[in-house]
Design a protein around this ligand. Structure first.
Ligand SMILES: Nc1ncnc2c1ncn2[C@@H]1O[C@H](COP(=O)(O)OP(=O)(O)O)[C@@H](O)[C@H]1O
Ligand SMILES: [Mg+2]
Length: 406
């Protein structure tokens, strides 16, 4: 049978997204729209178009010309533009208003609180004075964040007014490679304590199925760099209720026909949603899911996008973990390498570096997502997985010259 055609907008970079494009290409014929020459994507793509995906007129023209069975993007910055174009061009897609509700983190907070799901005190502040007033009402500690960015860029915790004033600009001026938040204002939220998780879901014909629960490892406080993830999460008495809450939130928002990646915390006041990303999870979390259970979330994302029943089967039960590699200080990078032979590390699925020599890498708040590589390991047990990752991390050698403070 002819494979259905899926227009994928944006490809992301090879280290973090090749697995997803490869998985999707097994289920559908990929028509790729990117704003550069095609390279590593070629083996997975049937048809390629060069377009500026942030140009709505050009994108709409392309969508009409290609007339695909479905549309998909896993690029956070393209989630809203692609939903808009789908609506205008009449391609079946997740409801554009539902997408907007998730993209604007304050709109999501308001909607969920109204529905009695995951109530979190919040306010939007445009000035330092407004932020101070909001934080006083909410109560310290608070978290400041851009209303619509990703990768924890510009997200910072403040314990008191002094810290809030010192960090307001970090959230207000945050940008992702030059792209600023699509919605103005800084979101001030009550601090949610407790361990953090993510759940990747697929929603098809109005039913949301949770598929991969990952536990998150955070670093660089008071910032929130995601330095690792482990799948599956360790058993916890509140996990099932939390996942059920995320599923309910999908219905409240009106999400359908998509793979999503939601983050939540098990706080002392009960489970609370951090955010719902209306796209595939980042940091290779869906790939961890595939290694751990055999579930193919990118494949299922492609399935539902073109309107076919997703295959959600599982065939194994392992523990998989990713550890991001960071320098110890701001550095002009020369090299990142693994001491000895990678083959000596049992269970090492991947050791990947991606920054060219000469790249300046700055740690938060001067830079965010300051990774210089990552390692993925699997094992039969959680403890074994942790040990393997620790051993790999200990064998990483980062060379370069320290950078002067800015
Ligand atoms: N209200 C909060 N309380 C505690 N931690 C938070 C809160 N909001 C965000 N965080 C932390 O910051 C991280 C990034 O915030 P998030 O809203 O997910 O933004 P992004 O879109 O950049 O991922 C979260 O994964 C979480 O660790
Ligand atoms: Mg997040």
């Amino acid at each position: 049978m002819r494979k259905r055609r899926l227009l994928v907008v944006g490809s992301g970079g090879q280290p973090f997204r090749e697995y997803a494009l490869a998985a999707m290409s097994r289920r559908v014929e990929i028509v790729l729209a990117i704003d550069s020459e095609i390279s590593w994507q070629q083996p997975y793509v049937g048809e390629y178009h060069r377009v500026d995906p942030h140009d709505p007129v050009a994108l709409e023209e392309l969508v009409r010309r290609v007339a695909p069975d479905g549309l998909l993007t896993y690029d956070e910055l393209l989630v809203e533009p692609v939903a808009q174009v789908a609506a205008v061009a009449g391609v079946p897609y997740t409801d554009v208003e539902a997408v907007r509700r998730c993209k604007d983190k304050s709109a999501l907070r308001a909607l969920l609180a109204e529905a009695g799901v995951s109530p979190v005190r919040f306010a939007v502040a445009f000035t330092e004075q407004e932020a101070v007033r909001a934080a006083e009402e909410i109560g310290y500690p608070v978290v400041l964040k851009p209303r619509a960015l990703g990768g924890s860029i510009g997200v910072v915790q403040a314990a008191d007014e002094k810290q809030l004033l010192a960090s307001f600009a970090v959230a207000a001026d945050a940008n992702s490679d030059g792209t600023v938040s699509a919605h103005a204002g800084v979101l001030i939220e009550e601090y949610l304590d407790g361990p953090e998780y993510s759940v990747d879901c697929v929603t098809w014909e109005g039913t949301t199925v949770p598929l991969i629960v990952a536990e998150k490892e955070l670093g660089f406080p008071p910032y929130f760099e995601e330095i690792g993830h482990i799948v599956p999460a360790a058993p916890h008495p509140d996990l099932a209720a939390a996942v059920e809450m995320v599923v309910r939130a999908h219905a409240v928002v009106g999400l359908d026909r998509l793979a999503s990646h939601s983050e939540f915390k098990l706080t002392s006041r009960g489970p609370r949603i951090v955010e719902i990303n209306v796209r595939l999870g980042g940091d290779l979390i869906p790939y961890l899911g595939q290694l751990s259970s055999g579930i193919d979330v990118p494949g299922a994302a492609a399935d539902v996008a073109v309107g076919q029943q997703p295959d959600l089967s599982q065939d194994r039960s392992l523990v998989a973990s990713i550890g991001m590699i960071y320098p110890e200080y701001d550095i002009r990078l020369e090299s990142v390498a693994l001491r000895g032979d990678a083959a000596d590390h049992v269970g090492l699925e991947r050791f990947t570096t991606f920054l060219p020599a000469g790249t300046d890498v700055r740690l938060p708040p001067q830079g965010f997502l300051s990774r210089v590589g990552f390692a993925i390991v699997t094992d039969e047990t959680r403890e074994g997985c942790r040990r393997r990752l620790e051993a790999v991390r200990a064998a990483v050698v980062i060379e370069g010259a320290p950078l002067a403070a800015r």
